[in-house]
Design a protein around this ligand. Sequence first.
Ligand code: SF4
Length: 129
Amino acid sequence: MSIIEKEIVTKDLITKSNLPASDYVINPYVGCPHACKYCYARFMKRFTGHTEEWGNFIDIKRCDKTISVKKLYQKSVFISSVTDCYNPFEAKYQVTRNVLKQLKKADCLITISTKSDLILRDGMKLFLG
Ligand code: SF4
């Protein structure tokens, strides 16, 4: 089955986190094509109006607002809690890559969660290069 992809506009890519280990969270996408059986993020369907099966849709977030790096000073940022920020659509849309480019200027701790080796495309070059 093909995955339904849609670009959506969001006011802000970064939100305050309720997770104990991070101050802020960024989810560049809604949905996740990996569709892991054990996925805890399926609840996102309720909040986003999706009726498709989890894994059959992906919303690509578009945002004009630049991430405020000032407020991230000495804070922690988790990417991403309810999607895989390096899901296969990232190869085309590069939302995560653009987020990391913005965060490069921030003095903050960034944690990235992914099961994809697409992360190697961006790798440590963004931070160490
Ligand atoms: S990679 Fe993570 S967000 Fe994506 S389906 Fe699997 S558990 Fe859910």
